[in-house]
Structure formats: C-alpha cells, structure tokens
Design a protein around this ligand. Structure first.
Ligand code: NAD
Length: 272
C-alpha cells in the first residue's frame, strides 16, 4: 500500500488481539510501530520478534503521565507520529450491576484515554503529510445487547467522537475513521476448551453472512488501507469488516417463510 512505508504508528492494545495483527501487518509494510499496553510480557515479546522497527512501551491509558511518556518515547525513538491505532479496550461490563467506579474505569480506557492520546499526539500528527487515526467500534454500539450496558455505549461514544474529531482535525490534514469488526478469531480461541471453540464456531456461522469468524489479518488490512494514501479522501467514516453481520436481519441466513407460503406468495393474484 502506498503512503505507509517509513511512517510511525502508535498501536494501543498492542499486546493482544487486533493490536497484534495490526502491528505485524504494519511492520511488514515498512511502518515503525510502538506498541502500548499494560500487559507487558506479550508486548515486549512481540516487539523483539518484529525487530528494530518495533518498540514496546508500558502505557496505561487511564494515566495522563503514561500517555505523555508514550508520545515522548515514540517521537524520541522514531522522530514523529503519523498514525494512531486505538485498539486497546476493556470488555469489563456487568451491565445493570456496574457501579459508577466501573463505568468510569471502562470509559477511562475505551474513550477518555484515546481522547488524551489524540490531544497529545496532535501536534506531531499535524506535521505528517499523511496522518491517520483509526478507532474501533462494534455492531453492539447500534443495538440493545442483553446484559451489557458499559462496553456497547462506550463504543457508541467512539463512533460519534470519530466524526467530531474528523471534522475538527480535517484542516490539519489529520483523517479520523473507525473500523467495525465482526467477531474476530484470536489466538486464545485456538487454546480454548473444545466447548468454547464450538460455541465460537456456532456464533461465527450464525452471525455472519460469510458463515465464519473474521481473522486478525482481515481487520489489519482495512486498518492499513485507512492509513494509506489510497484512503486520502476517507475521513469521519466507519468501515465495516464484519462478514455481513450488521447488514443481516434478525432471521439471519434462515429462509423463515414456510415453503408453501413462499410458493403461494410468489404467484401473482388472478393466475393459477
Ligand atoms: N475481537 C473482536 O471480535 C472485536 C469485535 C468488535 C470490535 N472490537 C474492537 O477491536 C478492538 C480490539 O479488540 P480485541 O478483541 O483485539 O481486544 P483485546 O482484549 O484482545 O486487546 C485489548 C488490549 O487492550 C489492553 N488494555 C486494556 N486496558 C488498557 C489500558 N488501561 N491501557 C492500555 N492498554 C489497555 C489489554 O491489555 C489488551 O492487550 C477493541 O477496541 C474492540 O472494541 C473487537
């Protein structure tokens, strides 16, 4: 992809899941990547595996000081910042039982931490000739989800923020988009007990038009596209990478109308 080689990206949540997929893809494309996370060992291991174009920085998004240090370390190591990939999140969500402290903690990671990161990185992004911010949302931000109040609403906030940030940063040449993945297969699915694997496979089949879970690579390809110069006219958008999940109605892939009724309904009135 054009416009990415030699650029510098911060990937939050870089120790796990989609963050790992993005880091691998970006380094392969010639991007210098700083992984930021609070779970250090896998992030440090990934950085050493990916070599001289990757670093790991411990940064808790709930701490302004940590985020300041993350920005400073990135600029010190690689000379600037072109891309923010805001993959970190907490899924912690006790729904109707969640306390004020739990709400604040989740929003601190999923929303506020990424806002502060953008505020602090903004002067560096503004100096880039191809600056791009990628946030992550979910289909659950668009519909009621039984037992979950905190995570989906924090993602709805991210979708709105993506648009306001895109608008306010457009005149500095900073593009801001979000990516909406379907259910994505992560390495933990491979090591999970058989019944958990079966459960994921079942939902992968049921929830997606394509009848399977998505891959880290498929999400990372979209993130790379959004950072490339091929997406130079794309900002404020939500790019869906969900195997058709959000375009499917409640009946899923089932043809619910009984066959006899379907036949009758397809005969125009007055004909035999
Ligand atoms: N995986 C999916 O199927 C899926 C589907 C829809 C949307 N998403 C979105 O994609 C993004 C990545 O999801 P994932 O499943 O790969 O996540 P994940 O849980 O695998 O990784 C999230 C990472 O964020 C880190 N993190 C948590 N709190 C942090 C903090 N305070 N400071 C810094 N890092 C912190 C965690 O340690 C973890 O490494 C999320 O924003 C999620 O909402 C994922």
């Amino acid at each position: 992809m054009e416009g990415v080689a030699g650029k510098v990206a911060i990937v939050t949540g870089g120790s796990s899941g989609i963050g790992v997929g993005v880091a691998r893809k970006f380094v392969r494309a010639g991007v210098k990547v700083v992984l930021a996370d609070i779970v250090d060992e896998p992030g440090e291991r990934l950085a050493s595996e990916l070599g001289e174009n990757c670093r790991y920085v411990h940064a808790d998004l709930r701490s302004n000081e940590d985020v300041e240090q993350l920005v400073a370390a990135t600029v010190r190591e690689f000379g600037g910042i072109d891309f923010l990939i805001n993959s970190a999140c907490t899924y912690a969500d006790r729904g109707e039982a969640a306390t004020r402290e739990e709400w604040l903690d989740a929003y601190n990671v999923n929303v506020f931490g990424h806002v502060v990161l953008l505020q602090l990185a903004r002067p560096h992004l503004a100096r880039s000739e191809n600056a791009s911010v990628v946030n992550f949302t979910t289909e659950a931000a668009h519909a009621g989800l039984a037992g979950r109040w905190v995570y989906p609403s924090s993602k709805a906030a991210i979708e709105q923020l993506t648009k306001s940030q895109a608008l306010d940063l457009a005149n500095e040449g900073i593009r801001v988009n979000s990516v909406l993945p379907g259910w994505i297969r992560k390495p933990m699915h491979d090591t999970a007990p058989a019944e958990v694997k079966q459960e994921y496979a079942k939902w992968g089949d049921k929830l997606h038009m394509l009848g399977r879970l998505g891959t880290l690579d498929e999400v990372a390809d979209t993130v790379l596209f959004l950072c490339s110069s091929h997406a130079s006219f794309t900002t404020g958008s939500c790019m869906v990478v969900d195997g058709g999940h959000s375009a499917m109605g409640p009946q899923g892939r089932e043809k619910v109308l009984p066959t006899a009724l379907r036949k009758a309904a397809s005969v125009p009135p007055g004909t035999k």
